[in-house]
Ligand binder design. Sequence first.
Ligand SMILES: CC1=C(CCC(=O)O)c2cc3nc(cc4[nH]c(cc5[nH]c(cc1n2)c(C)c5CCC(=O)O)c(CCC(=O)O)c4C)C(CCC(=O)O)=C3C
Ligand SMILES: [Fe+2]
Length: 395
Amino acid sequence: MSTTDTDSSPETVLYASPAASSGPKWVETPVAYDGILLAGFGGPEGQDDVIPFLRNVTRGRGIPDERLEEVAHHYRHFGGVSPINQHNRELKAALEAEIAARGLGLPVYWGNRNWEPYLEEAVTEAAEAGDTTLLAIATSAYSSFSSCRQYREDYARVLEATGLGETVTIDKVRQFFDHPGFVTTFVRGVTDAVSAYVAEGIAPEKIRVLFSTHSIPSADAERSGPRDVDFGEGGAYAAQHKAVAAFVMAEVAAAVADVEWELVYQSRSGPPTQPWLEPDVNDVIAELPGRGAEAVVIVPLGFVSDHMEVLWDLDTEAMEAAEEAGIKAVRTPTPGIDPAYVSGLIDLVEERLKGTPKAERPHLTDLGPWYDVCRPGCCENIRAGFKPVAAGLRP
Ligand SMILES: CC1=C(CCC(=O)O)c2cc3nc(cc4[nH]c(cc5[nH]c(cc1n2)c(C)c5CCC(=O)O)c(CCC(=O)O)c4C)C(CCC(=O)O)=C3C
Ligand SMILES: [Fe+2]
């Protein structure tokens, strides 16, 4: 399987033209970006925010009220506060420090898709400062509607809503699932966890590593990534996770021991009649003792920080499942503001500023380095219908 650009030569990296309204839409020379747009998911920061936030997230997608109540309960348990905004404040500060250390002189504007500060405010602030050629970093590493295209739809929606569509362009860095900066935390976390179990006297054959990511509708998964490349069952989304997990486990085998692993899914929503990616993390944990496991390492491979999906679905529910199953369990860290992750994100910015050829771009799996510019139809979602997107190749 190859992921060469499908409608241009594999070596060709395309860049947005700074002038959105005139001239070619895409050019083949690097762009002098003048600001970074840090795009977050957003989360509530008090009990009164919880329901309005959930309505924002599910707007137009027909999530039943019962499901909203169920999810509201997870937030209420933590005082109505998701840690995700605080993570992004810290990430913004860390990115600014790295940019300053490298003398790049780029401001970072932070905005969220679903809660304050909204992307609208960030883009308006950038435009007011005269920073109109923006490079977005979304806090999301893989390809799928929810993890890539929906961010691009929101950039387009915000440009329209603010009336800045003719003055501001928003490009994005490539999906970074296999960039060393993102993967380092997971390699270290799994290596440490497996080593600790072995040091406790647990044989490697009795250990299982479960890589967990957000479940998505199977139909979205099939459409993840560029339209005309076949990535097998689960599309690019599943293929990317499996490739990164295999890389991590090869590192663990070299450092400690060979350990069995599996990709599992969490946080499913939507009606039971709609197929989503499986198996569920808790179902697999329940079966582990019957398969000879005594200890499990849970790896939040799909997530960049310890937000609600990690705190509730893994640290609360999956830990309970492990206790019920009578096996030992640990959860490894997310990248958060790991210096390797922060510096990796700025490497992604620099490769765009410099126009680093694809062949020289760091990537740890055969699937990468991923596209800078999403191809037409990439990560489409037929349920949500067609909406305009930014940061894509014009059809
Ligand atoms: C792939 C993926 C990521 C990873 C990529 C990325 O990070 O972007 C992600 C992240 C997140 N998802 C989050 C929260 C929610 N996701 C929901 C709903 C959904 N997520 C989906 C997918 C993903 N989600 C899907 C297919 C749905 C259902 C339909 C829909 O709405 O598209 C709902 C609605 C209620 C429910 O159905 O559970 C909530 C509240 C938070 C914030 C956590 C916090 O506050 O700390 C974060 C970081
Ligand atoms: Fe989600």
